[in-house]
Design a protein around this ligand. Structure first.
Ligand SMILES: [Zn+2]
Length: 282
């Protein structure tokens, strides 16, 4: 005799256990071909199935969150990049609308291998914009790496053979590669050669690349020599240029940092004075 659980009842109509919640049978009827009669093995009712499905979904959500966290740790190598999000955008930069649109149309951009070239003067918010893209896509569980050439070159320095190929191949694993601040690195022959091999391998694996740079579009279009030309040509071919102009957002930030610091210092000084007075030191 099968044990009746708390959430079940025996229905005299069919002689089977049923779920108190959904009323569905918790037992099936299978005829016994040898002895005649039948078996009544347990089965799951619809709310048990639903509960199982929900547990599975919750587990998948948990695994997805874990994966996103891991990808972020891998893709955002600088701590400050975590704060470069659309939520933290003050809305003062008109170029951000285009950056937003890029993220909204990411599936098409990825499919057609369309990247971006965020160019403009120092402090106009290009890295912030690139960071916003990185965070938004990483939050969607898309593998992104945001890095720069000095970091890549330091990593490549003294790496040869399989290690080197392995590292370069690993860059191709990311659906989006963001190279921040192109043109800030030392342009030795070695550096230029490495830069070309990275841009070129990106080009060959047909995955988008985003580049930020202080260089002028004209400098990119008319480079000083062939070594630069072949790098810039590849970038211009696959990356849609977006101009970041006008306002220097870093000056804005510097001003608000100063204001905040002033506030902290004066309030700290005030409370110190108070403590000192209490101790009778003044
Ligand atoms: Zn049920």
């Amino acid at each position: 005799m099968t044990e009746i659980r708390e959430d079940e009842y025996l229905d005299p109509a069919d002689g089977l256990l049923h779920c108190r919640k959904c009323g569905g049978p918790r037992q099936a009827v299978i005829p016994d071909p040898f002895k005649g009669g039948s078996f009544k093995p347990r089965c799951v009712c619809s709310c048990q199935q639903e509960a199982k499905r929900r547990r599975k979904e919750a587990e998948e959500r948990r695994q997805r969150m874990e994966r996103i966290k891991r990808r972020k740790a891998q893709g955002l190598q600088e701590r400050y990049l975590y704060g470069y999000t659309f939520a933290n955008d003050n809305g003062g930069n008109p170029a951000m609308a285009k950056v937003h649109a890029y993220v909204d149309h990411w599936p098409q951009a990825f499919k057609r291998n369309i990247g971006l070239l965020l160019f403009g003067d120092v402090g106009t918010g290009k890295s912030f914009a690139a960071g916003c893209i990185a965070n938004a896509l990483l939050d969607r569980d898309i593998p992104v790496l945001m890095t720069n050439f000095p970091t890549i070159l330091a990593r490549l320095c003294g790496t040869f053979g399989e290690d080197r190929t392995g590292f370069l191949d690993s860059l191709g694993d990311y659906d989006l590669l963001i190279i921040d601040d192109l043109g800030a690195e030392r342009n030795t022959e070695y550096a230029l050669e490495q830069m070309f091999s990275i841009i070129d391998s990106r080009y060959r694996c047909n995955k988008p690349l985003i580049v930020t740079t202080n260089l002028k579009l004209d400098e990119l279009k008319h480079p000083p020599d062939l070594a630069h030309a072949r790098i810039y040509d590849r970038i211009l071919e696959r990356c849609a240029p977006i101009l970041f102009a006008g306002k220097n957002f870093r000056e804005d930030n510097a001003a608000s940092t100063k204001a905040a610091a002033r506030q902290i210092i004066t309030s700290t000084a005030a409370s110190h004075r108070q403590t000192a007075t209490e101790k009778g030191e003044l």
